[in-house]
Design a binder for this molecule. Structure first.
Ligand code: SAM
Ligand code: SF4
Length: 332
């Protein structure tokens, strides 16, 4: 009884710590066509049956209710979102939701060349492409078989059809650092923001402590080459203009967690709600969506998930076992 009252009080999706939750990330599939060394084991992961995965109609209904409660931005992720059939109609249906200001997608870019036109026509606003190397061989090693030329053609096509594109690069010590300057130049030439992300110590993703490098070190090295002009922090990325044009950002979930600004809630394809990327805590909303539960019941579950958001990164606080937290099907 007491708990219900608390959930009802936290209306308009503010959590217990006063953070406004207005950003929903939907992992629309657990399937992926790559096996990036920092994300997936080489053999892939155990996949859910099709009927254990939310339909796009169920995800759309969930999204409508979440937007009605205060969500303003949705990002589609995965696995690899572009491998799921029917995504264009799904995007178009989300685009119709009144009150949704921003709809974006993060992709490994392999299918982007083929799909960029349709994605644009469906109403998607922005695209983030994961790209860790501009060297064919290294890219192939990092992704365990990805074809760099396809990703590059995908990026060009996305720009051509008018998307704002950002690049996400996970920085692994000794493996990626030498790529950084090349990626910055690549971004400058195309007017693409390049965001460097710290390697996160989560389950089954090949976590090796010696791969981790705090981005403050990376920033110092970049600073020796470019003049960096601070552009502020947009809640996730610490952004800088670089001389000669171009923007880079640093996303530091491990060395400088941005928990105090966290505005995120995650819906996973198998129908669970994840209040925090660094916690195994989840709420199963699948039966409610599958059985067409009332709007009010679903709202209550969303509020419950928001209520359960931890104040601070549970893995870094030592109260969560990183071996129990997966990233690959949560979508980052
Ligand atoms: N397949 C899509 C892609 O690669 O963009 C979407 C899913 S992927 C899990 C989303 C983001 O999480 C990507 O930018 C990826 O680089 C990032 N990511 C995956 N594993 C990570 C890790 N261990 N540490 C930091 N970022 C990670
Ligand atoms: Fe697939 Fe994206 Fe993970 Fe790479 S980072 S294995 S592309 S889900």
């Amino acid at each position: 009884m007491q708990k219900t009252q608390i959930f009802q009080k936290s209306s308009a999706l503010s959590d217990r710590f006063g953070r406004r939750i207005d950003y929903l990330r939907i992992s629309i599939t657990d399937r992926c066509n790559l096996r990036c060394i920092y994300c997936m084991p080489p053999e892939g992961i155990e996949l859910f049956e099709k009927n254990q995965i939310l339909t796009f109609e169920e995800m759309e209904r969930f999204s409508r209710i979440a937007v009605n409660l205060g969500v303003r931005k949705i990002k589609l992720t995965g696995g690899e979102p572009l491998v799921r059939k029917g995504i264009m109609r799904f995007i178009a249906s989300l685009k119709e939701i009144d009150g949704l200001d921003d709809l974006s997608l993060t992709t490994n870019g392999i299918f982007l060349e083929d799909l960029a036109d349709d994605l644009k026509a469906s109403g998607l606003n922005r695209v983030n492409v994961s790209l860790d190397s501009l060297d064919n061989k290294r890219y192939g090693e990092m992704t365990r078989g990805g074809d760099l030329s396809r990703v590059l053609r995908g990026i060009n096509k996305a720009l051509e059809v008018g998307f704002i594109v950002k690049i996400n690069t996970v920085v692994l010590d000794g493996l990626i650092e030498r790529e950084i300057l090349k990626l910055i130049e690549f971004g400058k030439e195309r007017n693409i923001e390049v965001r460097f992300i710290e390697f996160m110590p989560l389950c089954g993703n090949g976590w090796k402590r010696n791969y981790f490098i705090p981005l403050v070190d990376t920033k110092k090295k970049i600073g020796q080459r470019y003049k960096l002009t601070p552009l502020g922090n947009n809640g996730v990325a610490d952004r800088y203009g670089i001389d000669g044009g171009g923007i880079i950002g640093f996303i530091t979930p491990v060395s400088e967690p941005f928990c105090s600004h966290c505005s995120r809630l995650r819906l996973i394809a198998r129908g669970t709600l994840r209040p925090c990327l660094f916690s195994s805590l989840e709420i199963n909303i699948f039966p409610l969506l599958r059985n067409q539960a009332s709007h009010e019941e679903i709202e209550k579950f969303i509020q419950k998930a928001v209520y359960m958001k931890p104040e601070w990164n549970p893995v870094l606080r030592g109260v969560e076992d990183p071996k129990k937290v997966f990233i690959r099907n949560i979508g980052g």
